[in-house]
Design a protein around this ligand. Structure first.
Ligand SMILES: Cc1cc2nc3c(=O)[nH]c(=O)nc-3n(C[C@H](O)[C@H](O)[C@H](O)COP(=O)(O)OP(=O)(O)OC[C@H]3O[C@@H](n4cnc5c(N)ncnc54)[C@H](O)[C@@H]3O)c2cc1C
Length: 375
């Protein structure tokens, strides 16, 4: 029996794992160097869906969606059901073909997704620009949430279940396993590194190499527009950006920089070019009769994490030292499932073989591929 567990990181994944561990009787301490959700989780767009073609991904997503709904029924957490549309525009036959090919595979996995032509899309979603759409798909089992709210609610539940939550506490880890605080080294029966973009440097301190790259992405929320809350979530595969309703306006995500960033040295403010481009992207996404926003309310950058095979690293890397990271921009929507999975592994349950972090040597060279891509 694992008695004492340290969870390093108070993002969506760390708080989920901490809550599960505490609920199952472990003595849990969560260490977060800032506030809960102060890194990627607090910067995420909060788009959730189950539209995955792979068996494991589809099953994980279905579990996560169920957990989100249960949490929304039990707490103040708000989970707004909202279809997720993705599409390719005329002239982008490669991505159009990829969408046509992936939708039947998602349906084989039991996902509630449909392929739509431009006319179907216009009929279903009259607020979207559809004239130059080559093909679209819609996932009906999809929603939007506030990731920071999720993390706050789950951290409270973890504390209610007996976990100690230590914010403003930066720690190091060793392979003993132990956690190194400013007051000294504390041994634990198990340590989970759920430190997002910091997972690689943190594990490197413990002598463990994991192939995780941190890449920079950007987002912006516009001022409110009439009918803004009624928009679906949209991923434009040809333009490689997404939009979702947020606070009565539109959230746009794009500005991906596909290179490895130092998680302690990157620009957290959005680039001017991204901001200008984002307003144009809204313009091309909306039907002509939908009001455009006058300007934007806020814009920011954040880090996502990539792995060589685009699957996350979830499991044990050294005896009783665990990692959960490498989400390719899908870490929030999968946190309710995979945070629990890694907690279960710590307590002796089976993990997910495809996500076993020891499948890599740790020194792999690989390009960063953004997670929403249809190819
Ligand atoms: C702009 C943007 C939009 C996104 N949109 C979506 C989306 O729509 N849907 C989706 O599913 N995902 C989205 N993502 C991805 C999502 O944010 C992440 O995959 C997810 O939040 C990862 O959660 P996490 O708990 O692993 O990491 P994080 O939220 O980064 O949490 C890790 C925590 O560890 C802490 N930490 C690090 N080092 C230490 C240390 N030494 N000691 C103590 N604490 C430490 C950090 O402070 C941080 O709070 C988006 C990301 C960005 C940036």
């Amino acid at each position: 029996m694992t008695d004492s567990v340290a969870v390093v990181g108070g993002g969506a994944v760390g708080v989920t794992a901490a809550r599960e561990l505490a609920a199952r009787g472990a003595d849990v301490t969560l260490f977060e160097r800032g506030d809960i959700a102060s890194e990627s989780t607090g910067r995420a767009a909060g788009i959730c869906y189950d539209a995955f073609a792979g068996r494991t991904d589809a099953a994980v997503a279905a579990r996560a969606m169920n957990r989100f709904r249960e949490l929304a029924a039990e707490t103040r957490f708000s989970f707004r059901e909202r279809p997720y549309v993705w599409l390719a525009r005329d002239g982008d036959e490669r991505k159009a073909e990829a969408i046509r090919e992936q939708v039947p595979r998602m349906r084989e996995r039991g996902r509630n997704v449909d392929l739509l032509d431009a006319a179907d899309l216009r009929a279903e979603f009259p607020t979207l620009a559809t004239d130059d759409v080559a093909v679209a798909a819609v996932a009906w089992d999809a929603a939007c949430a506030d990731p920071a709210e999720y993390a706050a609610v789950v951290a409270e539940r973890a504390a209610d279940a007996g976990a100690t939550i230590r914010t403003d506490t930066e720690v190091g880890v060793t392979s003993d396993p132990a956690v190194v605080t400013s007051d000294g080294t504390v041994d634990f029966d198990a340590v989970l590194v759920a430190a997002g973009a910091h997972a690689r440097p943190l594990l490197a301190e413990a002598g463990v190499a994991v192939p995780i790259k941190a890449y920079r992405v950007q987002a912006l929320v516009t001022e409110p527009i009439p009918g803004g809350e009624g928009l679906p979530t949209l991923y434009d595969a040809s333009g490689e950006f997404y939009v979702r309703p947020r606070d009565g306006g539109v959230l746009v995500g794009d500005g991906v920089e596909r290179r490895d960033f130092d998680p302690d040295d990157w620009d957290r403010t959005a680039d001017d070019a991204f901001v200008e481009g984002a307003l144009e992207r809204i313009d091309v996404s909306l039907a002509p009769d939908v009001d455009r926003p006058d300007g934007f309310d806020r814009a920011w950058a954040g880090l996502c994490t990539a792995t060589p095979d685009r699957d996350p690293l979830v499991g044990e890397v050294e005896p009783e030292l665990f990692v959960a990271a490498g989400w390719h921009g899908h870490g929030f929507m999968r946190a309710p499932a995979l945070g629990r999975t890694v907690a279960g592994e710590i307590l002796g349950d089976d993990g997910i073989a495809a996500f076993d972090p020891t499948r890599f040597d740790g020194d792999e060279q690989f390009p960063v591929v953004e997670g929403m891509t249809v190819e």
